[in-house]
Ligand binder design. Structure first.
Ligand code: PEP
Ligand code: CO
Length: 451
C-alpha cells in the first residue's frame, strides 16, 4: 500500500531534473509568495476536463493537446496568444468536422515553462555552464551568470500564466471562438496557401450547416456551444516546489488539486515509479498524463496505471507515447493490449515530436513534417490492429510563421530554417504546418476505418 499522500510527501522521494537553486532561503521565499496567491484554475474546471477526457477514453471524442515546447518571457503578447489559439481552434474544427466527434482542446499554455534536460551542463567553447531549463528557471543567454537559477522567475512565471489564462478565457468565451467567425480564424499568411484554401472550403460548409440549422428552426443564437469553446491549460509538472505551492484543497470535495493548470503531465525523464514526480501527481485530483518512450515495457506501464489511477477513473490518465516514427507501431501494440486487458481506461495520445528530433546540417534542432505524420500513422495502425481508439495528438506548434520544422505543404528546406527560427526550446510546427497536420490526421483516422 502506498503511504499517505500530502502535497509535500514527494519531498521524501528521489527527485530528478530540479535546478540547482543557489540559495534555499530565496527559493523558499518565492514559493511562499506563490502559495499565498490565488489558484490559476479551479478544481471544478479540472473535473470538467476529466469528464471530457473520459469521453476520449471511451472512443467518443478526440484530444488535441498543442502549444509551445516552452513558453517565453520575451515572446509574451496578446498577438502571440491569439495566433496560437487561432491555429488550435482551426485544427479542432478540421478534426471535429472530419471525425464527427468532439475535439477536446488542451493547450501547452499558461504555465508550460520548465524544461527537463538530457545534460545538466553544456559546453560553450571551453566553458562548461549550466543548461537552460526554461524561463521559469534561468536565461538562455550562454553565459555562466545568465544560467544561474533565479527563484524570482518562479513568481514571474505565475504572473505570466495568470495573464495568459485571462486572455485565453476572454478569447474563448468572449466571441472570438464563435463558430460563426470560423473564417476569421485564418491568419493572413495561411489564407492563400493550399491548406488555407481547403480550410476556407470547410468553413463555408460550416456556415451553410449553421444556416440550414437556423432554417430548420434551431435557435443557434442561444446555443452556447456554438459561441464559446473550452480551451484547457496544461504543462509538464516538472518543478515540484512550484506545483506544490499551487496545490489547494477543493472546498467542495475536500480533494487536493494542483491549481497551476487543468491537466499536468510527467515527462519521459521524470517518470520513475519510485520517484517524486509520480508521488506528487498520484495525489492530485486533476487529469494527469505521462509520456512513454519506445523502451517502455508492459510491466512498467501496468504499474504506472496502478500508481496514477488505482481507482480506474476514466479520463484521469492519458498515456502519451513518443516513440519515434520507426518504432511506434511495434513498441505500442503490446502496451495497448496489456492496458486494455488489465481494464485500465486510459486516453492514448501520440506525441509525434519528441522522438523525431535531429540536428540539421545548419546546426538547428529540427523535425521533419513527414516523420511527424509517419509517427501518427504508426500510432493509428497500432490502434487499428489492437482494436483501441487512437485518442489524440500532442504537438508543439505556434501560430506564428516560423521556420523551425522541415517539410509540410510549403516544403521548408534546411536552408530556410535560419529565416525565422525563434523557439526557446524545441522546433514547433508553424500555423500552416499545424493546419496541414490536422487535415492529414483526420484523413489517416478516417481511412483506417475509425470514423
Ligand atoms: C516536452 O514535452 O517538451 C518534452 C520534454 O517531452 P518528453 O518528456 O517526452 O521528452
Ligand atoms: Co519539447
Amino acid at each position: 500500500m502506498p503511504s499517505t499522500w500530502t502535497p509535500t510527501s514527494w519531498r521524501a522521494f528521489p527527485v530528478v531534473q530540479q535546478p540547482d537553486w543557489p540559495d534555499e532561503g530565496d527559493l523558499e521565499r518565492a514559493l511562499k509568495q506563490i502559495a499565498s496567491y490565488p489558484p490559476l484554475v479551479f478544481a471544478g474546471e479540472a473535473r470538467s476536463l476529466q469528464n471530457a477526457l473520459a469521453q476520449v477514453s471511451a472512443g467518443n471524442a478526440f484530444l488535441l493537446q498543442a502549444g509551445d515546447c516552452a513558453e517565453s518571457f520575451d515572446d509574451f503578447s496578446a498577438n502571440n496568444i491569439r495566433e496560437k489559439l487561432r491555429v488550435i481552434l482551426q485544427m479542432a474544427v478540421v478534426l471535429t468536422y472530419s471525425l464527427g466527434v468532439p475535439t477536446v482542446k488542451v493547450g501547452r499554455i499558461a504555465g508550460q515553462f520548465a524544461k527537463p534536460r538530457s545534460s545538466a551542463t553544456e559546453k560553450i567553447g571551453d566553458l562548461e555552464i549550466p543548461s537552460f531549463r526554461g524561463h521559469i528557471v534561468n536565461d538562455p543567454t550562454p553565459t555562466p551568470a545568465a544560467r544561474i537559477p533565479d527563484p524570482d522567475r518562479l513568481v514571474q512565471a505565475y504572473h505570466q500564466s495568470a495573464s495568459t489564462l485571462n486572455l485565453v478565457r476572454a478569447f474563448t468565451k468572449g466571441g472570438f471562438a464563435d463558430l460563426s467567425r470560423v473564417h476569421a480564424w485564418t491568419q493572413e499568411f495561411v489564407g492563400s496557401s493550399p491548406e488555407g484554401q481547403r480550410y476556407e472550403q470547410l468553413a463555408t460548409e460550416i456556415d451553410r450547416a449553421l444556416r440550414f440549422m437556423r432554417a430548420c428552426g434551431v435557435d443557434t443564437e442561444n446555443t452556447s456551444s456554438l459561441h464559446e469553446v473550452d480551451v484547457y491549460t496544461s504543462h509538464e509538472a516538472l518543478l515540484l516546489g512550484y506545483e506544490e505551492a499551487l496545490t489547494r484543497q477543493d472546498s467542495l470535495t475536500g480533494g487536493w488539486y494542483d491549481c497551476s493548470a487543468h491537466m499536468l503531465w510527467i515527462g519521459e525523464r521524470t517518470r520513475q515509479l519510485d520517484g517524486a514526480h509520480i508521488e506528487f501527481l498520484r495525489g492530485v485530483g486533476n487529469p494527469v498524463g505521462c509520456k512513454i518512450g519506445a523502451a517502455t515495457d508492459v510491466d512498467y506501464v501496468l504499474e504506472l496505471c496502478q500508481a496514477l489511477n488505482p481507482a480506474r477513473v476514466p479520463g484521469r490518465l492519458t498515456l502519451i507515447s513518443r516513440m519515434g516514427a520507426d518504432k511506434v507501431e511495434d513498441a505500442l501494440r503490446p502496451l495497448l493490449r496489456a492496458v486494455t486487458d488489465a481494464g485500465h481506461p486510459v486516453v492514448w495520445a501520440c506525441d509525434p515530436m519528441h522522438a523525431n528530433t535531429f540536428t540539421s546540417t545548419s546546426g538547428h534542432k529540427t523535425r521533419h513534417f513527414d516523420d511527424i505524420l509517419r509517427e501518427i500513422s504508426g500510432f493509428v495502425n497500432a490502434h487499428r490492429a489492437e482494436g483501441t481508439w487512437p485518442g489524440g495528438i500532442h504537438v508543439e506548434l505556434t501560430g506564428d510563421n516560423v521556420t523551425e520544422c522541415l517539410g509540410g505543404a510549403d516544403d521548408l528546406q534546411v536552408a530556410d530554417l535560419v529565416d525565422r527560427y525563434h523557439t526557446v526550446c524545441d522546433p514547433r510546427l508553424n500555423a500552416r504546418q499545424g493546419l496541414d497536420l490536422a487535415f492529414a490526421v483526420a484523413e489517416l483516422i478516417r481511412s483506417s476505418g475509425f470514423a
